[in-house]
Write a protein that binds this ligand. Structure first.
Ligand SMILES: C[S@@+](CC[C@H](N)C(=O)[O-])C[C@H]1O[C@@H](n2cnc3c(N)ncnc32)[C@H](O)[C@@H]1O
Length: 254
């Protein structure tokens, strides 16, 4: 039987790699990498660093394939994402069928944790449901950018006994659900930052968390928003891309 390991590698710092992930890395014969052809050299470097640093007693090979690009022009966001997943499923199907021998272990390194805003689990489950290739798979959790943000700001995510809403910048523009005062916002192109700027809200913001480029800011959203926008623009211009996550809280932390 073939086995596929979906390994969460943490969201930026090689020290976020767990012992379970290290054990999993050392079982992998073939790593499947979807090359996004991006200027995000640092993200590629982190994956290489992790393999070189943690794989100590196992020979492995790397098989790359060009990553499909999501058609941002599709009017319906979710159907655009579904077609993108279909394309990824076709690629991984082919790689598992042709590049992984019976008895071998394949590995996919997933940024942060595979359960959070990542398509890998859904794509692999789609391949399993199609039933054309037989393989087992396992998921190894990783440290998310949300945990990295909370740790760097030394905050608990939830107020005592209260919920936390995890959402995207796009969704935040629709407001927070009734009764929710704390939101963690990911995948924001910057537009979500001002969604609650007129309310009495605190922000805990972090970009490139866990990496040498990490930038943090916190305080009243109304006081911080212009400075965070300035830093976002500056960092994006400097590095060519930005990844940031932030927590917004309506009531003071307890
Ligand atoms: C496609 S999602 C992947 C999330 C990932 N699975 C996780 O567990 O954090 C990408 C988003 O995660 C957040 N993110 C990931 N890594 C980050 C980092 N090192 N610093 C700040 N935000 C990060 C950003 O909001 C980014 O837009």
């Amino acid at each position: 039987m073939k086995t596929l390991l979906l390994i969460g590698i943490g969201a930026g710092n090689p020290d976020y790699v767990t012992m379970q992930a290290v054990k999993a890395l050392n079982k992998v014969d073939v790593f499947f990498v979807l090359d996004k052809g991006e200027a995000k050299d640092d993200l590629v470097k982190l994956r290489t660093t992790i393999c070189e640093r943690f794989i100590t007693d196992h020979a492995y090979r790397i098989v790359e394939a060009a990553s499909p690009v999501r058609d941002a022009g599709t009017p319906d966001y979710k159907s655009g994402v579904r077609s993108w997943h279909d394309e990824k499923a076709a690629i991984f199907s082919r790689l598992i069928a042709t590049e992984l021998k019976d008895g071998e272990v394949g590995g996919i390194l997933v940024w942060g944790d595979p359960s959070l805003y990542d398509s890998t689990i859904r794509v692999i489950q789609q391949i399993v449901a199609e039933g054309k290739i037989a393989f087992d798979y396992e998921v190894i959790p990783g440290i998310t950018s949300v945990q990295a943000l909370a740790a760097q700001h030394k905050i608990a995510l939830n107020a005592i006994g209260e919920p936390v809403h995890i959402t995207t910048g796009r969704k935040l523009l629709e407001g927070l659900p009734q009764g929710v005062d704390t939101a963690v916002v990911m995948l924001d192109n910057g537009s979500g930052l001002r969604a609650l700027a007129d309310e009495d809200v605190e922000i805990y913001w972090g970009a490139y968390l866990g990496t040498p480029d990490e930038v943090l800011a916190s305080g009243k959203l109304a006081d911080q928003v212009a400075e965070i926008e300035r830093m976002r623009a500056e960092e994006r211009a400097r590095k060519g891309w930005i990844m940031d996550t932030y927590l917004l809280r309506r009531t003071p932390r307890q």
